[in-house]
Design a protein around this ligand. Structure first.
Ligand SMILES: [Zn+2]
Ligand SMILES: [Zn+2]
Length: 221
């Protein structure tokens, strides 16, 4: 990574992150912990300071600023304590992790919106599939496990939901029981035709079923 000092006296300084974490100088990553600077550049910089061509405090400040410039690019947030990262994010309203996962989160919300719309129309979408099997959309189990009211979060609620999702679940995992997930509709309501397709996809060659039919509502499929 190249850094051009504003004074123009030391171009193309190479910096790195993640190799050296000196316990003797432990501090926040934002304050430079875990960052490295190539030795020739440090020597050259010290020589220029000695010759009076560069102000020592300026040099120090430029180096300190490089952390902010490179923090995201070096993915330093991955080295932060997860709880601290989350707390800092909650205060600031954003963090690099949330920025990165925002499109994924928007996709989750799009899915929730669509599921909620369908769950409101049980005549059109009479069957509902959940994690544990197939129901009628009007089944009490579906109702119990679906929030009574759902609206896509906006404003402060959006920021809180983004924080809750991005910091408690890995988008690449298939975990569904993460924090906040109870606030979202999770049953997929289907037309009769879609439900028959859903059942076919989960029925084995010998008629074995790879899903459960709810005992309570006993969906007629
Ligand atoms: Zn965040
Ligand atoms: Zn049911």
């Amino acid at each position: 990574m190249d850094i051009n000092f504003a004074t123009g006296t030391l171009p193309a300084v190479r910096l790195g992150f993640g190799e050296l974490f000196a316990q003797e100088r432990r501090r926040a990553i934002r304050e430079g912990w875990g960052f490295t600077v190539e030795l020739p550049a440090v020597l050259e910089l010290l020589e220029q300071i000695d010759e009076g061509r560069v102000n020592a405090l300026d040099a120090r400040n430029y180096l300190a600023q490089s952390v902010d410039l490179l923090y995201d690019a070096f993915r330093c947030f991955e080295a932060e304590d997860p709880d601290e990262l989350r707390a800092t994010c909650r205060e600031a309203g954003r963090c690099p992790l949330c920025d990165e996962r925002r499109p994924w989160f928007e996709g989750l919300l799009d899915g929730s919106d669509a599921r909620w719309q369908r769950l409101q129309q049980p005549e059109e979408y009479p069957f509902a599939a959940g994690q544990h099997g197939l129901h009628e959309t009007t089944c009490s189990v579906v109702r119990r496990e679906t929030p009574s009211n759902y609206a896509r979060p906006i404003g402060d609620a959006y920021v809180a939901a983004l924080n809750a999702f991005c910091h408690t679940v890995d988008p690449h995992s298939s975990r569904e029981d993460f924090e906040g997930s109870r606030d979202y509709p999770r049953f997929q309501a289907m037309t009769a035709q879609e439900a028959r397709q859903w059942v076919t996809e989960r029925t084995g060659p010998k008629g074995g079923r790879n899903y459960k039919r709810c005992q309570r509502c006993a969906p007629p499929l």
